[in-house]
Design a protein around this ligand. Structure first.
Ligand SMILES: Nc1ncnc2c1ncn2[C@@H]1O[C@H](COP(=O)(O)OP(=O)(O)OP(=O)(O)O)[C@@H](O)[C@H]1O
Length: 260
């Protein structure tokens, strides 16, 4: 299976104020297959956002290789890095919409900034995506006039504009109620199936988010455990994974744990 992303012995540490060193990633290796959905989970401060930043080249690894579609991000800079980033669609917490721009303008932004398309072409593309994400009729509204779920959908519409091969979602359902979160998950599953991009989702919303996952990566104390499917997690013998299952998946997987 071809990998969209591969970490080979990647380490990342930070110097703390008290002079000590905090190792966030300790020689981790894993690969993210093309066209699949990988969920990155783990407790607070375990390095999920650092992992996304390393993938995007927003942060540099201390050692090891971070391969994005075969290119080592740790070795490129400037224009080359910018070009590589065009392969990504990014939806971060809070959707990061521009409040002073309408829905239409927010979604059109990447096309206006990154392509030579005419305004006519841009209108057609934006209106098509808005229709796909059930946002038709809202194009002249401003973000403040939308619900949280709609803002996420606008963020998703914008992230999809340049037909990215890889989508990164950082806590995509933060701040949404369970009904809206469910709606967003449906939308992810639908758009992923339709467009076939590689999805990487960082989320605390376990076990719900696991329904979307082809594979799961759990980060803890500098190490990563990679599971081929969410079901595999429950059979892990590792105490910290069993603890994670108990804390986050509770009753759903409890019976299996008891049976073991
Ligand atoms: N630029 C930085 N300088 C110093 N320390 C940093 C920096 N970025 C991250 N860290 C530290 O690295 C650790 C991992 O951070 P990260 O943001 O990746 O955690 P996370 O798993 O995404 O957590 P959360 O779920 O709370 O968002 C944290 O302890 C954080 O303080």
């Amino acid at each position: 299976m071809t990998s969209a992303i591969e970490f080979i012995n990647v380490s990342k540490s930070f110097s703390k104020k008290d002079g000590s060193i905090q190792t966030v990633l300790d020689a981790v290796s894993f690969s993210i297959p093309k066209g699949q959905t990988t969920v990155i989970a783990g407790g607070s401060g375990q390095g999920k956002s650092v992992t996304l930043k390393l993938i995007l080249g927003l942060m540099r690894a201390d050692s090891g290789q971070v391969l994005v579609q075969g290119t080592d991000v740790t070795r490129i800079r400037g224009k080359e890095l910018e070009k590589l980033r065009t392969h990504f669609g990014v939806l971060f917490q809070g959707s990061a919409l521009f409040d002073s721009l309408t829905v239409f303008e927010n979604v059109a932004l990447p096309l206006r900034e990154r392509t030579q398309k005419s305004e006519e072409e841009i209108r057609e593309l934006v209106m098509t995506t808005l229709a796909q994400l059930e946002l038709s009729g809202h194009e002249e509204k401003y973000p403040a006039q939308l619900s949280g779920g709609m803002r996420k959908r606008v963020g998703l519409a914008r992230a999809m504009q340049l037909n990215p091969e890889i989508m990164l979602f950082d806590e995509p359902t933060t701040g949404l109620d369970p009904v809206m979160s469910q709606e967003i998950y449906h939308l992810f599953a639908g758009t992923q199936a339709e467009f076939g991009f590689t999805s990487i989702i960082v989320s605390h919303d376990i076990p719900k988010i696991f329904n979307l996952a082809d594979r799961v990566i759990i980060l803890e104390r500098g190490n990563m455990d990679v599971f081929g499917s969410p079901e595999e997690i429950q059979w892990s013998e590792k105490p910290h994974i069993r603890e994670f299952v108990k804390m986050t998946m509770g009753d759903i997987y409890q019976s299996h744990l008891v049976e073991k």
